[in-house]
Design a protein around this ligand. Structure first.
Ligand SMILES: [Zn+2]
Length: 276
């Protein structure tokens, strides 16, 4: 009798396990658990791919080719480097700061929001800011890298290089998609932008009474001091971020190094560093 009971117990256990397995399979987003794509390449911000070859591999995991020849990319991976728009990690940027202007609807991570608050406090105490009567404008912090990745993969799957052919980025995590970066501009007393996002030469025409080099220096000093704690992309005068990249290896700089070593900003990464 004992043996029979044990046999029955074993059968029940097997059935229960089978039920559990079936339930797990049913709950998995893809056909089976082993079909869930794994993205192994990473940069300082999260999942990445670098060139057409590795990005084609990335997009094959993320996308299905449609009979029409286009692509449907439902599996661009969300996560720390590609924060989805509805993530609780994102909150509206503060609109009650004295010297930091943000656009309505812009969102950021706590890291960025706290950084902007420290920037406002630093600006409030700065004599040069008071003398020149400037403010800063935050134009762009978090960007939807999952959506962008779907668009970029759509072209990659059709054999087009998004970067070279379409002036888009390659898919994967960026400082903006991970919520660590903001594009920040210096606005003079007349409301003119003295560090615009298209200033890529020393003599860039900004229309401001403050010359580009002085304005860029002031912005670097306001953002990259130890109190505020941001670092800058060394080839873009307006791109600042909190965390993520390694300073020199990843094309980042702080004042006064940004002006001493990387002036003028050329808008193209110099050799020997990884831009992401
Ligand atoms: Zn940027």
């Amino acid at each position: 009798m004992k043996t029979r009971r044990r046999l029955l117990a074993t059968a029940f256990t097997a059935l229960a396990l089978l039920g559990l397995l079936t339930a797990t399979e049913r709950d998995a987003p893809a056909d089976t658990a082993s079909d869930v794509p794994r993205y192994t390449r990473r940069n300082a911000f999260g999942v990445s791919c670098g060139n057409m070859e590795s990005c084609t591999e990335f997009c094959k995991k993320a996308c299905d080719v449609l009979p029409s020849g286009g692509a449907h990319c439902p599996r661009v991976p969300g996560g720390d480097g590609l924060i989805p728009g509805d993530s609780p990690l994102l909150k509206p940027l503060p609109r009650d700061l004295a010297y930091v202007r943000v656009d309505r609807g812009d969102k950021g991570t706590t890291e960025v929001i706290e950084g902007l608050k420290r920037l406002d406090a630093w600006l409030a105490a700065s004599k040069e800011r008071a003398d020149k009567n400037y403010k800063v404008h935050v134009s762009n912090c978090w960007r939807d890298g999952i959506h962008d990745g779907k668009v970029e993969c759509y072209f990659i799957m059709k054999g087009k290089n998004p970067q070279a052919d379409l002036k888009l980025a390659m898919p994967g995590a960026t400082p903006h998609s991970s919520g660590k970066a903001c594009d920040i501009h210096l606005i003079d007393a007349q409301g003119r932008n003295a560090v615009p996002g298209n200033a890529c030469t020393a003599d860039a025409k900004t229309g401001s009474s403050i010359d580009f080099k002085t304005a860029s220096r002031m912005l670097d000093e306001a953002l990259t001091n130890d109190q505020v704690g941001a670092q800058r992309l060394n080839y873009e005068a307006w791109h600042y971020e909190w965390g993520g990249a390694v300073r020199n290896d990843d094309c980042r700089c702080k004042a006064p190094e940004c002006q001493q070593k990387f002036w003028p900003p050329t808008c193209k990464p110099s050799t020997g560093c990884k831009p992401h």
